[in-house]
Structure formats: structure tokens, C-alpha cells
Design a protein around this ligand. Structure first.
Ligand SMILES: Cc1ncc(COP(=O)(O)O)c(C=O)c1O
Length: 377
């Protein structure tokens, strides 16, 4: 089913695959109640379109989302709200204040694992609801990122291993009375809350579709999603493959953590060992179990990019006035890679294409790793 190229995976069947997703309209209204919430901008970048021979290129810029520098609050807020309202027996239109009182009376405690943005977003939502949050992080997570999570009032616990191990630790520790795991990946026995997180991302999809229509009078033909565990890509595929018009989806991962591309190529989900990357939010070794069947059918192209390509994207975006982090510019790096090296294999990318790059995080500090010096090459 997939292509023979080693640097990309192409699924020709995905183009005509239709997914019957039902977007829960309550979610967008819920997000409007978050402090500092406004739709994020969709920026038209004609210079990239011209350079790569495309009609339109848009960047959905998630560098400021409800006062946080990444999109993750969309999923973390909705999933936390739903899980806590259920735990205390209140409906999903209750105010944050009333919910906070009920959660405090029941001594609800929240747990999560993160490679950065999800944990900070969960910690923020826990703070809004005045709930104690314990956030587990992999041992290689930068101190600056740990400090940002702690700055939200959460307790940061360093797990002695990688991201997958931190997820295990968060799950085990959440098994206490009134403990709730808010995890952005699904695994055996844990799917419902992970799905609520994916549902939360739908707000970004609806906004994007409206903004593309406003800017062009038309629709997107090609959208690009950075993938870690694949929950975000699941939301992207679910939405765009449910539209009444065709739209191709490309997923992009770091070369050193391409669990989705490896799984798609193998035809079954596999766990891979990962290495450090500047695309920290994408540094995951296992695809979410609920994302997998949707991504297997609905991802048209899966590609991985190097730290160097993402880093160059950060500089190029900065020159355009877009202040993105490397997870965000991974989408651009993937587009450039495909347009320059695989234009013949990817017919859905052509001079009539309207492309949306999901740029999932704002500017942040990172250190380029010298892979040779670290013995990784
Ligand atoms: C900035 C950023 N972009 C993309 C992703 C990928 O999301 P997912 O892990 O759902 O694939 C993450 C995940 O943490 C992230 O932090």
C-alpha cells in the first residue's frame, strides 16, 4: 500500500478515504470561556508559495493560544474540564468557579506526563480549577521547560527514562482515590480522556477552515501536521477527511523519533527508541492507540525531517515575522522537502494547491545538538 521511498511513506488510498467525524459544537463555546482565548491567526505567506510553486501557503500560527505558546491547551482544557465535571457529577456547562469548588471539596488530583507543552497546558487548567497537578517529565527534558510547568503551580516529577516511561509513571501514580490521568495519548485501558483531548483540537480545525474560506473563497487541499504520539494528527485527519471536498494530509516527525512513519511502513504500530531532538514535543516512540487506525487510513504522506531542517525553518519564519519553535516549523520543513524532492510522487501538491502548515508552537529556546559529537551519527 505504501511507497517504496525510504524517506517518505505515501498511501494513495488515503486520498479518497472519507471519515464520518462529528464535531462536538460545545467545544468551541467552551474554549471561548478560557482566559485570554481568541482565534489564532492564519497567515498567508506568498513568498513560500512562490518559491515552492503553489497557489497559496498559509501558516496557522499557534504561538499564542489562550495565553500559552502552543496549541496544547485546546485539548488539555476540554479533557480536564470533561473529566472533572464527570468526577464531581456536574454538567458540561458549569462555570469554572463552581467546578473549582466542587473539585476542591472532593480533593480531585490530576496527573499527566509530558515532553513540554501538554504538561504546561494541563498545569494551567489545573490552576484555573484550583486542582493539584503532578506532571511527569522524561529525564532529558530541558530545565527551562520543567520550570515553565512548575511556574503554573504543578509539581514536576522527573521520571528516570524517556517520554514513554514518563507516561507509565503518570498512569501508575494516578491510581489513587480521586486521581485523574489527563494524557494526550491512548493505550490499552485508557482511551476516553485521550479522545476528549483530540476532540479539543477541533476548534483549531474549524477556525482554519473558516479563515481559509475568508481569505481565498475556497478550501484547503493540503494540510501538514507535526506528529509526536499522533493525537494532533488524528484531529487533523478526522476533520479534513470528513469534509465534503478532498484534502490531503501530511504528517511530519523528527528523523530521530519517526514512530508513525516506521509504523505505517511496517503496516502495524511499533515502538521505537528515540533520541534527543530540538523538536521536543514530537519526541515520542509510540503512536496513540486510538490515533493509529485513523492515521493508517487517512494520512496521505508521512515524512520525517532533521533538526537542521526544522532549525532553518525557525530562522526563515523569523525573517517573515512568524515567531515559531522547531515543532511548528517542522511542517514547513516537510513541505519544502516534498516540494523539492518528491514533487513527481505527490500530485496533490501543484500550482493550484492551497496548503495549510499547522505551526503548533511559538518561539522558544533550544540548543542545537551536535549529533556527531554525541555519537548519534
Ligand atoms: C508543539 C507541539 N507540536 C506538535 C505536537 C504533536 O502532538 P501529538 O503528540 O499529539 O502528535 C506536540 C506534542 O506535544 C507539541 O508540543
Amino acid at each position: 500500500m505504501g511507497s517504496q521511498h525510504t524517506d517518505i511513506y505515501i498511501n494513495p488510498q488515503a486520498h479518497s478515504w472519507h471519515h464520518d467525524a462529528n464535531t462536538d459544537r460545545r467545544i468551541r463555546h467552551f474554549h471561548q470561556r478560557l482566559p485570554g482565548f481568541t482565534p489564532t491567526p492564519l497567515i498567508r505567506v506568498d513568498s513560500i508559495a512562490k518559491e515552492l510553486g503553489l497557489k497559496y501557503v498559509f501558516v496557522k500560527d499557534e504561538s499564542h493560544r489562550a495565553n500559552l505558546p502552543a496549541f496544547k491547551i485546546l485539548g488539555a482544557s476540554w479533557a480536564t474540564y470533561r473529566a472533572v465535571t464527570r468526577a464531581v457529577g456536574l454538567s458540561t456547562d458549569v462555570s469554572f468557579e463552581v467546578l473549582a469548588d466542587a473539585a476542591s471539596e472532593k480533593v480531585i488530583k490530576i496527573f499527566a506526563a509530558t515532553d513540554g507543552n501538554h504538561g504546561r497546558a494541563v498545569a494551567r487548567m489545573a490552576r484555573i480549577l484550583r486542582i493539584q497537578a503532578d506532571v511527569f517529565v522524561p529525564s532529558n527534558l530541558e530545565q527551562a521547560t520543567r520550570d515553565l510547568i512548575a511556574g503554573e503551580g504543578a509539581r514536576v516529577i522527573v521520571a528516570d527514562g524517556d517520554y514513554d516511561y514518563a507516561v507509565q509513571q503518570a498512569r501508575i501514580n494516578s491510581e489513587v482515590p480521586n486521581g485523574i490521568l489527563i494524557q494526550d495519548t491512548a493505550f490499552e485501558g485508557y482511551t476516553e480522556i485521550a479522545q476528549w483531548i483530540v476532540d479539543g483540537y477541533s476548534t483549531m480545525m474549524i477556525e482554519t477552515e473558516e479563515q481559509v474560506r475568508e481569505a481565498t473563497g475556497g478550501t484547503a487541499d493540503f494540510v501538514i501536521a507535526p506528529a509526536g504520539v499522533g493525537s494532533f494528527a488524528q484531529a487533523v485527519v478526522s476533520y479534513w477527511k470528513s469534509r465534503p471536498y478532498p484534502c490531503s494530509v501530511m504528517a511530519v516527525e523528527p528523523d530521530s523519533a519517526a514512530c508513525l512513519k516506521n509504523s505505517l511502513t511496517k503496516g502495524e504500530p511499533i515502538t521505537i527508541a528515540t533520541e534527543n531532538t530540538i523538536m521536543a514535543g514530537l519526541n515520542c516512540g509510540t503512536v496513540s492507540s486510538i490515533a493509529w487506525p485513523i492515521l493508517q487510513k487517512g494520512v496521505d504522506i508521512s515524512v520525517s525531517v532533521s533538526d537542521r531542517e526544522a532549525h532553518e525553518g525557525v530562522a526563515q519564519f523569523k525573517a517573515l515575522g512568524i515567531h515559531a519553535g522547531p515543532c511548528g516549523t517542522a511542517s514547513y520543513a516537510a513541505l519544502k522537502h516534498i516540494a523539492e524532492q518528491h514533487s513527481k510522487d505527490v500530485q496533490s501538491l501543484n500550482p493550484d494547491s492551497t496548503v495549510v502548515l499547522f505551526c503548533t508552537e511559538g518561539e522558544r529556546g533550544y540548543e542545537m545538538l551536535d549529533r556527531k559529537k554525541e555519537g548519534l551519527l
